[in-house]
Design a protein around this ligand. Sequence first.
Ligand SMILES: [Zn+2]
Length: 166
Amino acid sequence: MLGTTHGSAGLFLGALSGTVCGGGVSGVIWGAAAGCVAGLLPDIDHPGSMAGRLFRPVSLYLEERWGHRDSPTHTTLFVLFAALPLAVLWLLFGCSAAPFWGAVTGGASHIALDAPTKSGLRPWRYIWFIPQKWRERLYRGKLETGSSLEWLLTAGFLAGTALLVM
Ligand SMILES: [Zn+2]
């Protein structure tokens, strides 16, 4: 999927998390920001992506070592790991829960949106207590990156975000 789709999905789910968690406009904004960043972050394993361009040495290493979408960043464990600092701010320092839940849902949306594409991904790797056949299972579908469905999804996510912000 394209960065715009991942970013807009994270933005929408983050804004939704902010709405559910309360905290008013700032909860929605911080939730949306965290969701958007978490939605884009897994593609750090692709040097041409937004995250990959920002952290180029990390991106080049990940792509060379594992390849795009087969690196640890395209797993559910990475989604939780990336949201961990926000959990610390929430649980230990009394900050709003909105950014944490925004990051979890935004990151999870990246995994969910990449799964039905032709390349697919293996989201349960590294979770040791899951049976190996599930850990190694490749989820894939027939969606192509940049399809018209993707643009429709992006428009829907952006419209949903606008409704939540208003
Ligand atoms: Zn991806």
